[in-house]
Ligand binder design. Structure first.
Ligand code: SF4
Length: 370
C-alpha cells in the first residue's frame, strides 16, 4: 500500500497514537494467552461495554484453562447467559478440554495447533498469538478491513473472497514486525474509535495524511455497504406452566443437528439451552401449541386452558421473532422426561438465553384484569 519510508512513518504515527489514547480495557493489562483468548471470543459480535462484566465474572470463576475444562457445562453457559451466540461458550469449553488433553493445559504457541482448537479461526489465532507471543500475524476483521479500504480508497465489498484475501495481504505488509501485538490492537482501536463506520473522525485521525478516501473527500462511502438480507418474521408459541409453589417447567437444551437449520428452527431461535416448550406457529397459536404439547402430555388438546401473556419480541440476526407465551395452570408437576422444574424467580441461576428470560419476565407481570 505504501512505499517503505511512508510505511515506517505510518507505523510510527499509529503506534504513538495508540500508546497515548488507547482505552484501558481489562484484557489489555495481560499477556496471558488464556485471558486474551476469552476476551477475543467474547468480543465477537458484542460491544466492549457489554463484555467487560462478563469477562471479569468468567475469569473469577474460571481463572485458567484447567478450571474451564473441568467446569460443569451448565455453569459455563450460566456465566455466558445474556451474552448471546452461545456456540461461543460451547466451543470455548471444548477447546479448553483439547488444550488439557493435547497440550498439558498450556495454551499452544504454534499457529497450526491454535487453529485446530474449537471456535478459533484465522482472525482470533492472529489476535491471540500476536498479543500473547509477539507472532507476526496481522489481524483482519470488519473494523480493520474498513480502515484499509478507506486508506487505499478500495472500491467493492470487502467481504468478497478475492478482495478479503488482498486486504489480508495488505494488513500483513503494514504490520509492524517489532510490535505485532500493539500494532494489531492499534489498527482495531483506530477502526473502533476514530475510523468508525459512520462519521469517521478524520480530524482526529493519526494517519489522515495517508488516507486516499479522505483526499477524495468522501471517506464514508468506503467500503461499499454489504447487501442486507431481508428480515424474516417468525412467530413462536411458548408454554409457561404455572405449577404448585410458583414453579414452571423447562425443557433441556436440544441436541445439535447437522446441516443448515430452517429459519424457524426453534433450537436455533431459543438457543441450545434450557427453554420453555416452544413451537413455530403457522396459523393458530392456541391449537398448534396444544398439538405440540401432546407429545409430552397426551391429554393436552382437550384439557389445557391457555391464558395468553404479553407478547415478547426478539431479534436473531435477520429474523424478527414474536413469541406468544401462554400460561397453563397445572395442579401437579407433569412428568416430562429430562424436563426441569424451577421457580420463575430463580431464572438467574440457570443457563438460559435472553429470549427465555424475556418470556419468564412476561409471565411474572401482574395479570391483566379481564
Ligand atoms: S482519515 Fe478518516 S477515513 Fe481515513 S483512516 Fe483516518 S478516520 Fe479513517
Amino acid at each position: 500500500m505504501f512505499a517503505r519510508n511512508r510505511r515506517t512513518l505510518f507505523r510510527k504515527n499509529l503506534l504513538a497514537w495508540y500508546r497515548q489514547f488507547q482505552r484501558d480495557l481489562p484484557w489489555r493489562r495481560t499477556k496471558d494467552p488464556y485471558r486474551i483468548w476469552i476476551s477475543e471470543i467474547m468480543l465477537q459480535q458484542t460491544r466492549v461495554a457489554a463484555v467487560i462484566p462478563y469477562y471479569q465474572r468468567f475469569l473469577e470463576r474460571f481463572p485458567d484453562v484447567g478450571a474451564l475444562a473441568s467446569a460443569p457445562h451448565d455453569e459455563v453457559l450460566r456465566l455466558w447467559s445474556g451474552l448471546g451466540y452461545y456456540s461461543r461458550a460451547r466451543n470455548l469449553q471444548a477447546a479448553a478440554k483439547q488444550i488439557v488433553a493435547l497440550h498439558d493445559g498450556e495454551f499452544p504457541r504454534d499457529e497450526e495447533s491454535v487453529l485446530a482448537l474449537s471456535g478459533i479461526g484465522t482472525y482470533t489465532a492472529a489476535a491471540i498469538r500476536s498479543i500473547a507471543f509477539g507472532a507476526k500475524n496481522a489481524v483482519l476483521d470488519g473494523n480493520v478491513a474498513r480502515v484499509l479500504a478507506r486508506l487505499g480508497a478500495i472500491r467493492g465489498e470487502v467481504r468478497e473472497a478475492k478482495r478479503w484475501k488482498s486486504l489480508q495481504k495488505t494488513a500483513g505488509e503494514l504490520l509492524d514486525p517489532e510490535y505485532p501485538g500493539d500494532w494489531n490492537q492499534a489498527m482495531m482501536e483506530l477502526g473502533a474509535m476514530v475510523c468508525t463506520p459512520r462519521a469517521p473522525q478524520c480530524l482526529l485521525c493519526p494517519v489522515a495524511k495517508f488516507c486516499r478516501a479522505r483526499q477524495l473527500a468522501d471517506p464514508e462511502s468506503y467500503p461499499e455497504k454489504r447487501k442486507k438480507r431481508d428480515a424474516v418474521q417468525i412467530t413462536l408459541a411458548a408454554a409457561v406452566f404455572s405449577m404448585p409453589r410458583g414453579r414452571t417447567l423447562l425443557l433441556p437444551p436440544p441436541a445439535e443437528k447437522n446441516g443448515t437449520p430452517a429459519d424457524d428452527d426453534v433450537p436455533t431461535l431459543v438457543s441450545r439451552m434450557w427453554h420453555f416448550p416452544t413451537v413455530a406457529i403457522r396459523k393458530n397459536p392456541d391449537e398448534e401449541l396444544r398439538t405440540f404439547l401432546e407429545q409430552f402430555l397426551p391429554d393436552a388438546s382437550s384439557l389445557l386452558s391457555l391464558e395468553p401473556l404479553a407478547k415478547v419480541r426478539h431479534a436473531v440476526t435477520y429474523r424478527n421473532v414474536t413469541v406468544l407465551p401462554f400460561r397453563i395452570v397445572m395442579p401437579d408437576i407433569p412428568q416430562i422426561r429430562g424436563a426441569k422444574s424451577i421457580r420463575l424467580e430463580d431464572f438467574a441461576k440457570l443457563p438460559v438465553s435472553n429470549l427465555t428470560r424475556k418470556i419468564a419476565r412476561a409471565a411474572l407481570l401482574p395479570r391483566q384484569a379481564k
